[in-house]
Design a protein around this ligand. Structure first.
Ligand SMILES: *Cc1c(COP(=O)(O)O)cnc(C)c1O
Length: 388
């Protein structure tokens, strides 16, 4: 039998994320924006903050945009704006970044994890329906890895039960969802509140922490703006207990430089994903990311799932790849209901089998806008070799 020869490693090292390469063409503009900001000295709530909010609103089809200090604060502020009594249940995916639960927990609300769908990694609407109780105050949907959760089903469930829908859109900025009858929804603008993060590694990343909230309700936007600024209605008059959570002017100025490039970066991510799909789509024991035909996918991550023919298969592949210059990552190895911090909620192993299995079987491959075809081919070849 002919053994196909493996491609040699590409000349440039493969990175999970290559921000210097992504920023290189914008360096002059970024430096000028930063220099102007330093010079103007309006470091807090300078003009760039409102300008960035306006431009981001335009990109997302016109929701109100309230900026804040990070994506975790955005989630917390979103929940604060609902004025839920302590102990109110907040439904969250069992498989997500910890911040989704943490925001509810720090407010004295009760996170109620529910299982996710094995193919899309997103909230299982049937599990959400089963978890709704008279004590439920909100459903937090996460558009994990860049693809929308089932917004049609979740919006309907939230409306039926008169609970709020919050969208944690930290990973899916710019994604859209076909709601039927030719209606297109923009991720983050379907719930009562949507949130996002400008953590440097996100699809629209800043140069430090940052976050934002989206809402179509003008009154809620005003409330969120107050909550993010010490609950003040005007300087030194505090109507609510709030947070000090603001987007720095410097971050806003730099994000303004990056925002116009987001569509092209998203398209580049989608091209990388399509190549991976082609090169890995028929590997036995490996599933490429499932696409919900109603949602676009902005590929914050390209996450493969391995079958569990033998234990440790995923970890073995990760080590095999690392030894050949291919970085990869596990998002997320231990579901939140099994994290020590959330033991007080009283969940046990086995209660959310899909989330628990995903913790053992998912692997995210390098994906970023400057990954070359040669690098993608090499990664895919190494994955195939590692599983052969
Ligand atoms: C990154 C992320 C957050 C938190 O954002 P920070 O800006 O780091 O606080 C919340 N939820 C999800 C799904 C994320 O990926």
């Amino acid at each position: 039998m002919l053994v196909p020869s493996l491609p040699v490693a590409p000349s440039a090292a493969i990175q999970l994320l290559d921000l210097p390469a992504q920023h290189a063409p914008l360096q002059t503009e970024l430096t000028a924006a930063a220099a102007a900001c330093l010079h103007e000295a309006a470091y807090i709530q300078g003009p760039a903050v409102a300008q960035f909010a306006q431009e981001l609103s335009q990109y997302l089809g016109g929701p109100r945009v309230v900026t804040c200090a990070n994506g975790t604060d955005a989630l917390q502020l979103a929940l604060m704006s609902l004025d839920l009594p302590a102990g109110t249940e907040v439904i969250v995916p069992a498989f997500t970044y910890v911040a989704t639960l943490e925001a509810a927990a720090v407010l004295g609300l009760r996170p109620v994890p529910v299982d996710v769908l094995a193919d899309t990694f997103n909230l299982d609407p049937a599990a959400v329906a089963a978890a709704l109780t008279p004590r439920t105050g909100a459903i937090v949907a996460v558009h994990l890895f860049g693809q929308c959760a089932d917004l049609a089903a979740l919006r309907q469930l939230a409306d039926q039960c008169a609970v709020a829908l919050i969208e944690d859109n930290a990973q899916a900025i710019g994604a859209t969802f076909q709601a039927g009858n030719g209606v297109s929804w923009v991720a983050g603008t379907v719930g009562e509140v949507g949130t996002t993060s400008f953590f440097p590694s996100k699809n629209l990343g800043g140069f430090g922490d940052g976050g934002a909230l989206f809402t179509r309700d003008e009154n809620r936007a005003a409330y969120l703006r107050q909550l993010a600024n010490h609950g003040q209605t005007r300087k030194y008059y505090h109507q609510h207990i709030g947070l000090n959570s603001r987007l720095d002017t410097l971050q806003a100025a730099l994000l303004r430089v990056k925002l116009p490039h987001l569509p092209a970066w998203t398209a580049a991510r989608q091209r990388v994903a399509a190549r991976y799909d082609t090169l890995l789509g028929s590997v036995p024991g490996l599933a490429v990311p499932a696409r919900d035909p109603r949602s676009s996918h902005v590929f914050h991550q390209y996450t493969i799932t391995l079958s569990e023919q033998e234990p440790g298969r995923r970890d073995a592949l990760q080590a095999f790849l690392a030894a050949r210059g291919v970085p990869s990552a596990v998002y997320y190895p231990l579901p939140n209901h099994l994290q020590p911090a959330y033991a007080y909620l009283g969940y046990r192993a086995g209660q959310f089998p899909v989330a628990e299995r995903l913790g053992r079987t998912v692997l995210s491959l390098p994906i970023h806008p400057t990954l070359t075809d040669e690098q993608v081919a090499y990664v895919a070849a190494m994955v195939r070799a590692g599983l052969a």
